[in-house]
Ligand binder design. Structure first.
Ligand SMILES: NC(=O)c1ccc[n+]([C@@H]2O[C@H](COP(=O)([O-])OP(=O)(O)OC[C@H]3O[C@@H](n4cnc5c(N)ncnc54)[C@H](OP(=O)(O)O)[C@@H]3O)[C@@H](O)[C@H]2O)c1
Length: 205
């Protein structure tokens, strides 16, 4: 099991997220995370957002410092473009990218392709996308029924089949959902099912 965390956003109240890419803040935040996690080294630390108020290279240098000092073992980015990854990779090895992506939200397809080509882990957030796509009679609903599975499980199974670099991170507060989501790894979609969801999702991109 790998515990990953992020830094670069301040949370001063409920639903208030403020970017703070000040290099000294990034460094002190990562040190504080390490202490809270009770580990010697954070396995994977991700820059939550590149703060547009701070030159991005300065933020990347802070990440490099954390790697060089051994505070973090691997570093990643979140909600970035291909160009951001290319620039960051000039400063530190980019291990992962965490962008919003699911079968029905394919805005980061170019980033995923770049990650595949460069051996970078792609961590899709909001991976379930079951909501409206799971309505009675939808492709997701039909495929879920054929597998005796839930729409959430099929959405995760599709991601796992989409690319070997994809690591889905379904969020949940319930053990039952956690167990259900873990079982998605055992579901194998047929090529026709995969293509059907691929097509349904691509049409919406
Ligand atoms: N990088 C970023 O900018 C960013 C932004 C947002 C989120 N994230 C990360 O992405 C991860 C997940 O994202 P997310 O929570 O926004 O979206 P999500 O995982 O797609 O959806 C979570 C929602 O789905 C429900 N759910 C989970 N499993 C389910 C199941 N098997 N059946 C039915 N409902 C289920 C959860 O409710 P229950 O609690 O009832 O299970 C919760 O309401 C988190 O680790 C989060 O930190 C990253």
């Amino acid at each position: 099991m790998t515990v990953a965390t992020k830094g670069g956003l301040e949370r001063s109240g409920p639903d208030i997220w403020t970017q703070n890419g000040n290099p000294s803040h990034l460094v002190s935040e990562a040190h504080a995370s390490r202490e809270r996690l009770g580990v010697e080294q954070i396995a994977l630390w991700q820059l939550h957002r590149i703060d547009s108020k701070v030159p991005r290279d300065e933020q990347f240098e802070a990440v490099k410092l954390l790697l060089d000092d051994g505070v973090i073992a691997h570093a990643g980015l979140s909600e970035v473009s291909v160009e951001d990854i290319v620039e960051a990779a000039k400063v530190f090895p980019v291990a992962t990218v965490q962008n919003r992506y699911n079968f029905a939200d394919r805005g980061s397809e170019d980033v995923l392709k770049y990650c595949e080509a460069h051996g970078i882990g792609f961590i899709p957030w909001f991976p379930l996308a079951a909501g409206e796509h799971a309505r009675e009679g939808s492709a997701l609903d039909a495929i879920a029924k054929a597998h005796g599975a839930t729409p959430s499980q099929i959405a995760v199974a599709w991601l796992l089949q989409r690319s070997p670099v994809i690591i889905p991170i379904p969020g949940t507060s319930r053990v039952a959902h956690l167990e259900e989501n873990m079982k998605a790894g055992e579901i194998e979609l047929t090529q026709a099912e995969f293509d059907q969801l691929d097509k349904a999702g691509s049409q919406r991109a």
